[in-house]
Write a protein that binds this ligand. Structure first.
Ligand SMILES: *Cc1c(COP(=O)(O)O)cnc(C)c1O
Length: 414
């Protein structure tokens, strides 16, 4: 890899090599990250980046689309088959633009959206006041209850009171599966449309490991680069009756020419997601998360959302160890273990120094790690967090992390 770059731009080549080495030698636990296959990287770095293709397969504004049309159609057809979708748009540039496109397609400015509170597991694009979307739409938020699970009685009361046009199910820091039928019953009761944002869990749904909202919801948005293990991008699946509105919102509503190199790489990733090997991968992600979760809990961390995980991620309160989420993230960074600080439900601390950490298993499962490595990683995390100021401990942990990652090579042929 990089043979041309090394010649023409050695400065940049050195920086990319530095990033590759970081990825190789870190225990990567950020639950939204993953490592794509060499085949996905090849398609992403292909000549498809040279082509302008405004419009959709068979209905483009420029000529020369005979190959690009087939590439985009292949991605669409594979996604339809995997998720059981009536219509798919693969052009959203990422998850946030996909969500904005859904709102643009289905709603008028000022309309009300009922989504999950950010500190309870929702995403910024579900109506956090710092977003542009929050200026356009009226977001209200449901929360988890005392048991850590989504409080459907509270959700129903809010829906009856606020009469939202859209009820949004989806999260970036919630460790449990969702009962989409329950959302649908409430939405039908108040005449709301249903949207699921499966950005984090698309790969687990594709493999049949978690419930699939596509058959019963109006619209489902996702990223393609998290558990789905594709290139960075977004995708919208919807019922046929919303197809026209969704397509128009993406282009020309919000975007120009689609990124066909990214769509080609998505087609590759979707092809991979249809294989038995991917099903095994998704199953192992969940097994690994359960093992990691149990070991961290035994070590004194307080696990949110009912004290367990159904999916790939764990949200844990670290304050029982006498530290904050920010301290945890910082000291773990020093030992080459990467995760992120995160607020916990109704956190008394702010987002810049919250009480919790969020971690997950998709990336390390891609590396081939299994239950025993998860036990080992939990041990290294706990050892570090119990003595965050002990330089000897940190040096030992860092060495152990490098020894561990060396046993699971990343892109060995590069
Ligand atoms: C990651 C994520 C997004 C945003 O995706 P980007 O590709 O970062 O724009 C949206 N919604 C949810 C639930 C996410 O987890």
């Amino acid at each position: 890899m990089l043979e041309h770059l090394r010649q023409t731009d050695p400065d940049l080549a050195r920086l990319i090599e530095g990033e590759l080495n970081r990825q190789r030698h870190n225990v990567e636990l950020i639950p939204s990250e993953n490592f794509v296959s060499a085949a996905v990287l090849e398609a992403l770095g292909s000549v498809c980046t040279n082509k302008y293709s405004e419009g959709y397969p068979g209905k483009r504004y420029y000529g020369g689309q005979e190959w690009i049309d087939q590439i985009e159609q292949l991605a669409i057809d594979r996604a339809k088959q995997i998720f059981g979708a009536e219509h798919v748009n693969v052009q959203p540039l990422s998850g946030a633009p996909a969500n904005l496109a859904v709102y643009t397609a289905l709603l008028q400015p000022g309309d009300t959206i009922l989504g999950m509170d950010l500190s309870h597991g929702g995403h910024l694009t579900h109506g956090h006041p710092v977003t542009f979307m929050a200026k356009i739409y009226n977001f209200i938020r449901y929360k988890t209850g005392a048991d850590g699970l989504i409080d459907f009685e509270n959700l129903r009361q809010m829906a009856l009171e606020h009469k939202p046009k859209l009820i949004l199910a989806g999260f970036s820091a919630y460790s449990r599966d969702l009962d989409y039928a329950k959302f649908k019953v409430i939405a039908d009761e108040v005449g709301a449309l249903t949207m699921a944002d499966i950005a984090h869990i698309a790969g687990l749904i594709a493999a049949g490991e978690l419930n699939n909202p596509v058959p019963i919801f109006d619209v489902v948005s996702t990223t393609t680069h998290k558990t789905l293990r594709g290139p960075r991008g977004g995708m919208i699946m919807c019922q046929a009756k919303h197809a026209k509105a969704i397509n128009k919102a993406v282009f020309p509503g919000l975007q120009g020419g689609p990124h066909e190199h990214q769509i080609a790489a998505l087609a590759v990733a979707l092809g991979e997601a249809m294989t038995p090997a991917f099903k095994d991968y998704a199953k192992q992600i969940r097994i690994n998360a359960k093992v990691l979760c149990a070991a961290l809990k035994a070590g004194g961390l307080k696990i949110m959302h009912g004290g367990m995980t159904d999916n790939h991620l764990i949200l844990a309160d670290v304050t029982p160890l006498g530290i904050t989420g920010k301290i945890a993230q910082t000291v773990l960074d020093e030992v080459s273990i990467t995760l992120n600080m995160n607020t916990i439900p109704d956190d008394l601390r702010g987002p810049l120094d919250p009480s919790g950490i969020r971690l997950g298993t998709p990336a390390m499962t891609t590396r081939g790690m299994k239950e025993s490595e998860m036990e080992q990683i939990a041990g290294l995390i706990l050892k570090t967090l119990q003595q965050p100021n002990n330089a000897t401990v940190k040096a030992e942990v860092k060495q152990a992390v490098h020894d561990l990652t060396d046993r699971f090579p990343l892109y060995p042929n590069f």
